[in-house]
Every structure is written in C-alpha cells, then in structure tokens.
Design a protein around this ligand. Structure first.
Ligand SMILES: Cc1cc2nc3c(=O)[nH]c(=O)nc-3n(C[C@H](O)[C@H](O)[C@H](O)COP(=O)(O)OP(=O)(O)OC[C@H]3O[C@@H](n4cnc5c(N)ncnc54)[C@H](O)[C@@H]3O)c2cc1C
Length: 468
C-alpha cells in the first residue's frame, strides 16, 4: 500500500472534477469507516477470501470505542452469553489475554482495543487507508461505482463492486442519495452528544474508601468486591454523590449540567486512572452540523477542565490528578438512520421479535438519553424462554442503492430501537454480517437485496458466531 501511495500523486485539487480523476485504488469490497461495525465488516469479508479496502477518515481503527473513549462494551444480556459474532469473541479473547488478572469483563483500555483491532484486520488481509474521508459518490443507475475521498493532497477516487457504510452517520449512503431518518419522530432531535475523558494520577485508595463510606454501592463504590471503582449521578435517580455535586453547583464550582449525567469508572490495566462518560450536552445533538461539533469540542474541554478542578476540591485522591485523554472525536449516540429493506421498530425490540435470517440477538434495554426520560431503560419483555429480540439481515440492505450495505448505529431502525441496537457488540455483529454478505454476493453474482438473510447468518455460524 505505501509504495502504491508514493507512486501515485495525481490527486485532484479544488479545480479538478473528481469524476474525471484516474482511479487511485480499487477493491472488490470497499468499507467506509473503520469503527465497531466497519472494521468487523472488513475483516469478515477478507476472511471469506475477498479483496477488501477499509477507508477511514481518522488515523486509527475502532471509531467511537477508541477515539471517543467509549467503554465498556455492553453485553447483549441474553442468557448463555456472549451470543456474539465470531470476530467479537476473538477480539474479546485478545483483550482479556492482554489484561490478564487486571481484567474487567467486557472492558478494555481503548488504546489497546484499537491496536488489537488493527492487528486482527492486518492478519485477515484487509487493506487499510487512513486519513481519507469519503466526501463524494459516483452513482450510476442506482449503483455506486466509485467514491471520492478527501486526502491531505486533494481528492482521490476509489472504485469497488460492493460498498459498506460503516461511518456511523450513514455518510456514504447519504452522499449517494439514500433516504434516511434522524432523531425523535416527533421533534427530530437526536440523542445528546458527549465528550468523554480520562484522568490519571488518582490515588484510588482514599477515593474508594470515600465512595464506600457513602453507603450507596449502586452509585458509589470502590470496586473491592469486583467490577471496578464506580460513581454515578444522573438526573432521574437519587445518588449519595448528588449532595456533593449540588453543593459545588451552589458555590459556583460546577455547572448544573454536570449533574444531569455523570459516571466514573475504572479502566483495566490503568492503575491510577479513572474514565468518565461525560460531559453530555442536551443542547448539542446534531452530529452532522459542523458548528455544533465545534461547540461540542470547545465547550466539552472547558467542562472537563472545570470538572477536574471540582474533583480536586471535593474528592479525596485527586491532589496529583491530571487529564490524560480527551476524546479525539465527538461521542455520537445517534445521527442518521438509513432507509433499508426492513426498519427495526420499538415494537420489535420491546416485543422480542424473532426473524428468520437474524444477524444479531440482543436484550439490551432501550437507552434514550435526554428530555424528561433521561435514561428510559425500558426492558424488553415477552418470551421468557427466549428473552431477546433479533436484528434481521434486511436492516442492513440499502433500500435505495443496489450495491450498498450499511452496518453499525446508522442501520434501518426507528429512534427507540436504535437506542438499544447501537451497543458495540451488536455493531460488531452487524459489521460481520455486512462483510459476510458482501463476500457471498460476489461469490454468487448477486446483489445484497437478493440474498436470503438465513444464508448470511448460516455462514456466520459456520465460522463460529453463536446465535441460537
Ligand atoms: C457517549 C457514548 C457512550 C456510549 N456508551 C456505550 C457503552 O458503554 N457500551 C457500548 O457498547 N456502547 C456504547 N455506546 C454506543 C457505541 O459506542 C456506538 O454506538 C458504536 O461504537 C457505534 O459503532 P459504529 O461502527 O456504528 O460507529 P463508530 O464506531 O463511530 O465508527 C464510525 C467510523 O467511521 C469513520 N468515519 C465517519 N465518517 C467517515 C467518512 N466520511 N469517511 C471515512 N470514515 C468515516 C469514523 O472516523 C469512525 O472510525 C456509547 C456511545 C456514545 C457516543
């Protein structure tokens, strides 16, 4: 790849029509976005022996899990877990092997997560192009022929046969003209965005003792009993930590908004570090608006600095603490949901509907942040013998473009259903399914819409996915 990159310097400047540019790279399967879904899609297709190019706008794999510091990876909450894709099991095995006795189930150091994912992609034979942002599509008669990517030296053209959108925002699909939904059906408002961070140099012994002394292990605990140190303050429920936050707000040491959603937890293997799933901004929700993204990064960093000062003043153990990581990218829960052959609904999720040709099984609760129902936490109910819902393959098949599959948080799902299916373990399965399907399409000279989902899940199972 590197030699090829050096040889070819014919990138388009702003004055050149990119459609007229020579093809810079091509592959049978082009995966756009190397996050939880995209990286898995690329690996699955490569494992099927296909020529795969993974195009990623940043300089690492893992997307939100790595760049937005999103951890832990939730479980599907189905009896007999993990109920996962075969590639997830392998990633989890490598993560737990790395962390050994310091491990916390389903959690990883985000940097290690990214390195292991990259290792797995390379071993699978995936070609990777970093720092290339998809910014245009050559669409002809309902098919994508090529994409334009913005690189440092200009616009370049990449051609392929089957395309997979793993951008999280459905950017490839939308650039190609696909229809989509966004936000709450009544208000159009998306879920809130966050900017997560990590603080190092924390003396966890006095901090843990202090948390335990509050006598509210659900919301404040040292983790001595297992599972790691934890703290939580959210608007909808009581927490013994709340009065401390309230006092800080009243004294002008903290913004009121910091009380709306705040969680603190440990990272396996990082002895003196704690991670935070906040600040969360209920007025910054549109992940496709560059001005909101800019405000999120700037306001988020200011909040983080203020929160560090708050910890130093109000909690033991933070005297020598410092901010070691701030998310490189915004934390996006939900943006666009692409029109697909089938749209998963709230009724499907809450009614634990089963589908022939399911590519993921999950029982994670509905998790809508924001508004009055900050964390809805509605648990699916229904069949006690099979307590899970299923995602069918058709949720990945573009309704508008013949050779496009989507995977990850932007698949065809309504607002409520999306809030459950977006967890990483499901995105891994969706990616694995999309990559497997793309490979089968090429094998059988079919389009994604002509495939039977059962064939896709059957192939995944053959490779070790453990759906029932
Ligand atoms: C604050 C927050 C907390 C969360 N908490 C949890 C949790 O505790 N556990 C859990 O399991 N899940 C959690 N989630 C959900 C989960 O992390 C995401 O839904 C999931 O990671 C999405 O995966 P994805 O592959 O769809 O998108 P991403 O992982 O975001 O990957 C998209 C990739 O596409 C790339 N990309 C975007 N646009 C382009 C383009 N135009 N060209 C090329 N590349 C592009 C991006 O750089 C990125 O690498 C949380 C999410 C957020 C935001």
């Amino acid at each position: 790849m590197t030699d090829k990159l050096r040889q070819d310097s014919q990138a388009g400047s702003g004055c050149v029509k990119w459609e007229e540019l020579p093809v810079y790279l091509n592959a049978d399967i082009i995966v756009c976005g190397g996050g939880s879904a995209g990286a898995f899609a690329a690996m699955a297709a490569a494992k099927e022996g296909r020529d795969v190019l993974l195009v990623e706008s940043e300089g690492y794999l893992g997307g939100s899990a790595v760049g937005a510091l999103v951890m832990p990876y939730m479980t599907v909450r189905v009896p007999g877990e993990p109920r996962c894709s075969y590639l997830h099991r392998e990633l989890d095995r490598r993560i737990q092997e790395y962390h050994k006795e310091k491990h916390i189930p389903n959690s990883s150091d985000p940097v290690i997560h990214g390195i292991l994912l990259e290792q797995m992609c390379q071993e699978s034979g995936v070609k990777i192009l970093f720092h290339a942002k998809v910014c245009g599509v050559d669409r002809q008669e309902g098919s994508i022929r090529a994409i334009a990517v913005a690189c440092k030296d200009g616009i370049r053209k990449i051609a392929g046969k089957i395309f997979i959108d793993g951008t999280g925002d459905g950017s490839l699909a939308v650039l190609a003209g696909a229809g989509y939904e966004a936000g709450h059906p009544k208000t159009g408002v998306n879920q809130p965005m966050s900017l997560r961070y990590i603080i190092d140099g924390v003396d966890k012994a006095p901090l843990g003792e202090f948390l335990d002394s509050l006598g509210d292990p659900d919301n404040a605990r040292s983790g001595k009993a297992g599972g790691g140190l934890f703290g939580c303050v959210v608007a909808r429920k009581d927490s013994a930590l709340k009065p401390i936050f309230r006092q800080a707000v009243e004294k002008g040491d903290l913004d009121e908004q910091s009380m709306a959603y705040w969680t603190m937890f440990e990272i396996p293997g990082r002895g003196d570090a704690v991670a935070f799933n906040n600040p969360e901004f209920f007025d910054l929700t549109d992940a496709c608006d560059p001005l909101q993204l800019t405000e999120l990064m700037m306001r988020g960093r200011a909040f983080i600095y203020r929160e560090l000062m708050f910890y130093k003043k109000y909690f033991p153990g933070f005297t020598n603490a410092y901010i070691s990581n701030i998310s490189l990218v915004p934390g996006i829960r939900e943006s666009r949901r692409i029109h697909t052959k089938y749209e998963l609904t709230a009724a499907d999720v809450l009614g634990q509907r089963k589908f022939e040709g399911c590519i993921s099984q999950c029982n994670y609760p509905v998790d809508v942040h924001g508004g009055e129902r900050l964390f809805q936490d509605d648990l699916p109910e229904g069949n006690p013998e099979k307590p899970w819902y299923e995602i069918p393959y058709d949720c990945l098949v573009s309704a508008d473009l013949d050779n496009l599959l989507v995977a990850g948080r932007c698949i065809g799902a309504d607002f409520v259903a999306q809030s459950s299916i977006r967890i990483q373990i499901c995105c891994h399965s969706m990616g694995e399914a999309a990559g497997t399907a793309a490979a089968i399409c090429l094998e059988e000279s079919k389009l994604p819409g002509e495939l039977n989902g059962a064939e896709v899940s059957g192939r995944m199972k053959q490779r070790g996915a453990d759906f029932l």
